[in-house]
Write a protein that binds this ligand. Structure first.
Ligand SMILES: [Zn+2]
Length: 105
């Protein structure tokens, strides 16, 4: 499944090959300004996500207690670099828990 992190890598690779954000935009079927915003960390909205083949944005549930709800599955938590709390990341690049860096959905 394509993720935003992978898409950003693909767009940056395309830019290093094409040397033009306009051409990158054409390649991915979006406006060049949108491509630039995405590689700079902007979260595309639902229509752009669909156009790019990205999955819809999910819902994040912040759990402040010590126990996870029944049925929760995870490969394991990460430790927040700011507060030291464990958290389950929604992207491979997230380094802060959802309390220190709230989800912007
Ligand atoms: Zn934190």
């Amino acid at each position: 499944m394509l993720t935003l992190d992978i898409l950003i890598i693909q767009m940056n690779k395309a830019y290093s090959r094409l040397h033009s954000w306009r051409k990158v935009g054409i390649l991915f079927g979006i406006d060049s300004a949108v491509a630039i915003r995405i590689v700079n960390g902007w979260q595309p909205g639902p229509k752009t996500r669909e156009k790019l083949g990205l999955p819809p944005i999910g819902t994040v549930v912040v759990i402040t207690g010590e126990h996870l709800p029944h049925g929760t599955q995870s490969i394991g938590p990460r430790i927040c670099v700011k507060c030291g709390r464990p958290f389950i990341e929604n992207t491979a690049t997230r380094t802060h828990c959802f309390i220190c860096s709230p989800y912007r959905g």
